[in-house]
Write a protein that binds this ligand. Structure first.
Ligand SMILES: Cc1ncc(COP(=O)(O)O)c(C=O)c1O
Length: 410
């Protein structure tokens, strides 16, 4: 992860003044670079990279990805509506929701996108409602991996996917309702550092992807989870050799299957995380005995990853980069004890009024945000080719109050 250059620092400080803080700033050029480079790393002719919308559903980012020909992985009806309204073709969208209602199933089915079903229960309900249709099936790859237990989606303790051992039960339902299984899917976890585990997940899924089990396959989807370095000391994964290994595994599989299938991946974090910075302003310095606390005008309502996953976000003091480093707890403004971006972090001296850049905030930042304490979400700015575009405005406090009153059903 590179440090912010002095030129970038000046620009970010300019945006902080122009749009005020807290503010999300996204580097659109980096988003496109990350999206496209996966096609370079993973050498497979029939490759599709489906951006996981959940990571960041900013309209500007989605439009930008669309102009680069991106495909999408969606997890809620509203994400599907948003994608279609933005002009994505229904054929380019996969719907991977879990624990859905019948109403949700019918709503999304009417929109025409392909379902990726992850439970026998839903598969039966879908089959009864839509016999003879195409479907993708999500399996639990039986591998436990990911940056935190809350983002490990395979193995024994997960709500996701059908067990590989349930393949016979799946086949019976498929046969009874004449479903066309055109895709198989697995997603092992998020921020996977051990690439061997990815290969094992792939092989586990491919183990059931025989012609005998599923004769009509068109694609295999290996989910997301591409790790990016959050700490400056964390090495970047060599995705070029990773891509080669993936290509070899898939080549061998396709030979066995006797057909060249499409290979899908669904990265979210890899595409947008490093491109996003949350700018916050320090308004209160406090010495609480041993602890020096820098209180900011944002909090976990805007970036919940540190308290949800114990995740590390590098913080730079844009206003005083050459200041003498001191150790700080960087806190938010919520009335909540765990409201910290970082604890005991060495940062160049912070003064009240300084602007801090909380880095690697482009994924699962804004999209996991909330109105907790009834504080508005930050504005969002997308920078493309040096031009800054305000994509989302921050509601004023009065507008926020009006929204609540407007949605109140008397
Ligand atoms: C089904 C599915 N696909 C893709 C992703 C994207 O994961 P990541 O952002 O780690 O690449 C997730 C995230 O949890 C997911 O659940």
């Amino acid at each position: 992860m590179s440090n912010i250059t002095s030129e970038e620092r000046e620009k970010l400080l300019e945006y902080a003044v122009k749009y005020s803080t807290p503010l999300y700033v996204y580097n659109g050029d980096l988003i496109i670079q990350r999206y496209k480079e996966l096609y370079e790393y993973i050498k497979w002719n029939k490759l599709r990279i489906l951006y996981a919308v959940k990571a960041n559903y900013n309209v500007g980012i989605l439009k930008l990805l669309k102009s680069s020909g991106a495909f999408l992985d969606t997890v809620s009806p509203a994400e599907v509506h948003l994608a279609l309204k933005l002009g994505f073709a229904k054929e380019d969208i996969l719907y991977t929701a879990n624990n859905i209602t019948d109403q949700e199933m019918h709503e999304v089915k009417n929109l025409g996108v392909l379902f990726n079903l992850g439970s026998i229960s839903r598969l039966k309900k879908y089959a009864r409602a839509y016999p003879g249709t195409e479907v993708c099936l999500r399996f639990n790859p039986d591998v436990v991996a990911g940056a935190h237990k809350n983002v490990m989606t395979g193995g024994d303790i997960t709500k996701f996917g059908i067990l590989l051992s349930e393949v016979d039960a799946v086949k019976e339902i498929v046969k009874e309702y004449d479903l066309k299984v055109i895709g198989l899917h697995e997603h092992t976890g998020s921020g996977i550092g051990e690439t061997e585990k990815v290969f094992t997940s792939m092989k586990n899924l491919l183990g059931i992807a025989s012609r005998e089990n599923f004769p009509g396959l068109q694609f295999i989807d290996f989910g997301g989870g591409f790790k990016i370095p959050y700490k400056p000391t964390t090495p970047r994964i060599d995705y070029a050799s990773f891509g080669e290994k993936i290509g070899a595994i898939f080549t061998e599989f396709c030979e066995r299957y006797r057909k060249e299938l499409y290979m899908y991946f669904e990265p979210g974090k890899y595409i947008v995380s490093e491109a996003g910075i949350l700018l916050v302003e320090v308004n209160t310095l406090k010495q609480n005995r041993e602890r020096l606390i820098a209180g900011t005008n944002s909090g976990f309502n805007h970036l919940i990853r540190p308290i949800l996953y114990g995740s590390y976000h590098q913080i730079e003091n844009l206003s005083n980069p050459a200041g003498k480093p001191k150790v700080y707890d960087v806190a938010g403004n919520l009335c909540e004890t765990g409201d910290y971006f970082a604890e005991q972090r060495e940062i160049p001296e912070i003064r009240e009024g300084d602007i801090l850049a909380v880095k690697n905030s482009g994924a699962y930042g804004y999209s996991m945000g909330s109105l907790y304490n009834l504080r508005a979400m930050p504005a969002e700015v997308l920078v493309i080719n040096g031009e800054d575009i305000l994509t989302t405005k921050r509601l004023s406090n009065s507008e926020l109050a009006d929204r609540l009153i407007d949605s109140y059903l008397k």
